[in-house]
Design a protein around this ligand. Structure first.
Ligand code: FMN
Length: 340
């Protein structure tokens, strides 16, 4: 069985664009979009990572020992931990991957299932880029969530009817993709969405609906007005707006405002179980992790994804153990300090 280090080396050899840096922090790939990087100066990706280091954990161990329970309920599906793979599409164009898209998707989905986690799946400009994740979703209805792009409404409804046939737990939409360079370059019609648009989409989906790409309380309110069941605090990994706030900086304010009315997920720069713990202490229900999961799929297929997932879960449980949290509900604001 390969080690994580061996899988990283294999990932590096299997990618011609992404450099598989020791720390995936957005420095080397500043401005590489299309590519794995952040938009423009790349500062939003870099900041996502940097600001996470300004949250520290409070150790608390003088208590009776007890078995930690890291399980999390995702709209009725119990997961091993509040951790999910973020949707990452088009690994050939973005990473220069020698592993084809379907093999990558299979690795991601089955690796997450093996570890008891959930994989969000992306959507793309052509029919194939939608059909491949859809086929995987059909195979793994309980471990995958389709993330539809904010196409014009007719196209959204037509895609939703196909996703609904997969008996989904939930459906997501990355509303911030309205700002994606790759789609703009391809002349693909994505559009900004109003509350009225989102209401129609939620009504048509008729399953838990997650709005991905919320960075302000105003947009959180708009998503709730539309009847969304969850939001993802996300700046698309720094790929849609340069000089954007880091997601960890805005998370607490948004989660307090939402006040448990809908689920709050977050992504952007989360790399370890400790990072996941920080997000939960600042009000998130669960965390999505993007680039590292795709590296593991490209470098080690299902085994690589499952190995990284197991490492994340173990790190997360270790943080719970060392801060006196027995269940995820015990993780609270006083478990961390915020230095920004
Ligand atoms: C190469 C690449 C492709 C992506 N494709 C999608 C996509 O198809 N749909 C989507 O909602 N987000 C997409 N994202 C954004 C991720 O879902 C996620 O928000 C972001 O990567 C999280 O940051 P992290 O990679 O630092 O963990 C993509 C990100 C990257 C780097």
């Amino acid at each position: 069985m390969a080690t994580l280090e061996e899988i990283k080396i294999s990932a590096k050899n299997n990618m011609s664009i992404c450099k598989m840096c020791k720390s995936c922090n957005g420095e080397t790939c500043r401005g590489w979009t299309p590519g794995p990087g952040g938009k423009g100066s790349g500062s939003s990706f870099v900041r996502n990572i940097a600001m996470l280091k300004h949250v520290t954990l409070n150790m608390r161990i003088l208590r009776e020992d007890a078995e930690v329970n890291s399980t999390f309920d995702f709209f009725g599906k119990e997961l091993a931990a509040p951790i999910m793979a973020a949707p990452i599409a088009n690994v050939k164009i973005n990473y220069g991957s020698s592993v084809d898209e379907m093999t990558y998707l299979q690795a991601l989905g089955h690796g997450c299932k093996q570890a008891g986690l959930m994989a969000f799946l992306g959507d793309g400009a052509n029919r194939e880029a939608f059909e491949m994740p859809l086929n995987l979703h059909r195979e793994l209805p309980d471990h995958a969530v389709m993330t539809i792009k904010p196409w014009l409404l007719d196209q959204v409804f037509s895609k939703l009817s196909e996703v609904k046939a997969c008996r989904p737990r939930a459906i997501a939409m990355d509303v911030d993709a309205a700002g994606l360079i790759l789609l703009k370059q391809m002349g693909v019609p994505v559009a900004y969405k109003t509350v009225e648009d989102l209401k129609k989409i939620k009504e048509y989906a008729n399953v838990p609906f997650i709005v991905k790409g919320v960075m302000t309380i105003e947009d959180a309110q708009a998503a709730m007005d539309a009847g969304a069941d969850g939001i993802v605090v996300s700046n698309h990994g720094g790929r849609v707006l340069d000089d954007c706030a880091a997601t960890i900086e805005v998370l607490e304010k948004i989660a307090r405002y939402v006040n448990k009315r809908v689920k709050v997920f977050v992504d952007g720069g989360f790399r370890s179980g400790a990072d996941v713990f920080k997000a939960l202490a600042l009000g998130a229900d669960a965390v999505l992790i993007g680039r590292p999961f795709s590296h593991m799929a490209i470098g080690g297929l299902q085994e690589g994804v499952a190995l990284y997932a197991a490492k994340l879960i173990e790190e997360f449980k270790e943080c719970m153990r060392m801060t006196g949290c027995i269940t995820v509900q015990d993780i609270r604001r006083s478990c961390v300090n915020v230095h920004f």
